[in-house]
Design a protein around this ligand. Structure first.
Ligand code: ADP
Ligand code: ZN
Length: 214
């Protein structure tokens, strides 16, 4: 399975990717996670990305493209992949297209996560992440004994992403509208786009996802 998950910040791409990974046994490539990991380890890539990320701006295309292509050249990508947070600009999509064509690796689908903007802001300001295992929680959905402090899955420390403040969130949504939304028409034209409603629970979104993937 080779999929692109396309959706605004907070639309639940990471959560669905975790479900899909289990189901299809393919790798999950989240550019945001890779940047955060690099930032944690203070690598040159992480330090370069930091200034953009903290403002909610996009990291330059050349940097992202280099990073993603290196990841997709690894052996385990041959069994399929979920791209989460990439491509985010038309230039990135054009690059991906050429890269996949060279390998004769057509995409199975591009799934658009549809939800309205106010709902996204509500989700993002209440989003929390486990520093150890990366699991995503939400204060609005107190599930599995989650208390906002410790991760019920691994006992790790829970934190709020720096870019999940309301001001930065508004900017990320604007950037999505300006730079990423044009990809919807771009993939529609290629007949790859499948739209799912993600305004309900994660489980409902996963059902919708399985339905469009057939
Ligand atoms: P979101 O919750 O906004 O979808 P991500 O975790 O995917 O966030 O990404 C966090 C930040 O990392 C983005 O705001 C951006 O600065 C940077 N980033 C991630 N993916 C890309 C990309 N494909 N192109 C440019 N910047 C990216
Ligand atoms: Zn954890």
């Amino acid at each position: 399975m080779r999929l692109v998950l396309l959706g605004a910040p907070g639309s639940g791409k990471g959560t669905q990717a975790a479900f899909l990974k289990e189901r299809y046994g393919c790798i999950h490539v989240s550019t945001g996670d890779i940047f955060r990991e690099n930032l944690r380890n203070k690598t040159p890539l992480g330090l370069e990305a930091e200034g953009y990320m903290s403002k909610g701006a996009l990291v330059p295309d050349e940097v992202v493209v280099k990073m993603v292509s290196a990841r997709l050249r690894e052996q385990d990508a041959e069994a399929g992949f979920l791209l989460d947070g990439f491509p985010r600009t038309v230039a990135q999509a054009e690059f991906l297209d050429a890269f996949l064509q060279e390998r004769d690796w057509p995409l199975d689908a591009v799934v658009l996560f549809a939800i309205d903007e106010e709902k996204l802001v509500q989700r993002l300001v209440n989003r929390r992440t486990c520093r150890s295992c990366g699991k995503i929680y939400n204060l609005l959905r107190a599930e599995d004994g989650f208390d906002g402090k410790k991760c019920p899955a691994c006992d790790g420390e829970i934190y709020q992403r720096e870019d999940d403040s309301e001001r930065v969130i508004r900017n990320r949504l604007k950037v999505f509208g300006d730079q990423t939304a044009p990809l919807i028409a771009w993939y529609e034209k290629k007949e790859l786009l499948r739209r799912i409603d993600v305004s309900g629970t994660p489980e409902e979104a996963f059902e919708a996802l399985e339905a469009v993937l057939g």
